[in-house]
Unconditional design. Structure first.
Length: 201
């Protein structure tokens, strides 16, 4: 099998000055949960909103809004959580790569994906990943990421809180995630493609 990779910008190391510039441009807090992807039903962002309801942290959403976003707005308005949700638009790929590196936790509770490139981007960005415990997600995130039932906001809340409070666990998961991500480098993808070509020819 040949996996997909991600753009090289997500593998870069950015200076403190560049990170701080992006933080100020988008008014990002010191700590935040990140989710990247089109904001639609199957991506399940509302579960993240519910999970941070009682946590002292904000959620940054990066992605195109669909009609599903109305559910998020309705929930945040009803529960007075508008100040805890930040939606970024007009963001370049380089800025997105920096936002990944600034984030405390990357949460991807999608119900269905063909693969899940944002997970790979997070792993290369040295950001701990929480994602869905079935489908393609374990294959994308590796054995050391954290997995949840995507319909269980209480479980997700507990896992987010665990990562925020446990520095050593965050460090271990981050290191193992980056190690696992090496299977998605351009070199490994090219090598696997060549092996397939050789078996066909």
């Amino acid at each position: 099998m040949v996996y997909q990779g991600c753009a090289g910008v997500f593998k870069e190391n950015f200076s403190s000055e560049e990170k701080e510039s992006v933080r100020k441009k988008f008014n990002l807090p010191e700590k935040f949960v990140l989710n990247v992807g089109t904001i639609e039903e199957r991506k399940n962002a509302l579960t993240i909103v519910k999970a941070i309801h009682d946590l002292d942290i904000k959620l940054v959403l990066v992605g195109r809004k669909t009609k599903y976003y109305q559910k998020i707005e309705d929930y945040t308005r009803k529960n007075r959580l508008q100040d805890k949700i930040i939606h970024l638009k007009g963001i370049s790929q380089r800025e997105l790569a920096i936002v990944y590196q600034l984030s405390s936790v990357f949460v991807y509770p999608s119900v269905f994906e063909g693969f899940g490139i944002p997970i790979i981007e997070a792993l290369f960005s040295k950001t701990p990943v929480i994602t869905t415990n079935s489908g393609v997600f374990p294959e994308a995130a590796g054995q050391d990421s954290i997995y949840i039932n995507p319909s269980d906001e209480k479980e997700l809340q507990e896992k987010i809180e665990f990562l925020l409070k446990n520095t050593e666990n965050r460090k271990f998961i981050t290191e193992k995630g980056l190690e696992y991500a090496q299977k998605f480098t351009d070199e490994n993808i090219a090598k696997n493609l060549m092996e397939i070509y050789k078996t066909v020819l």
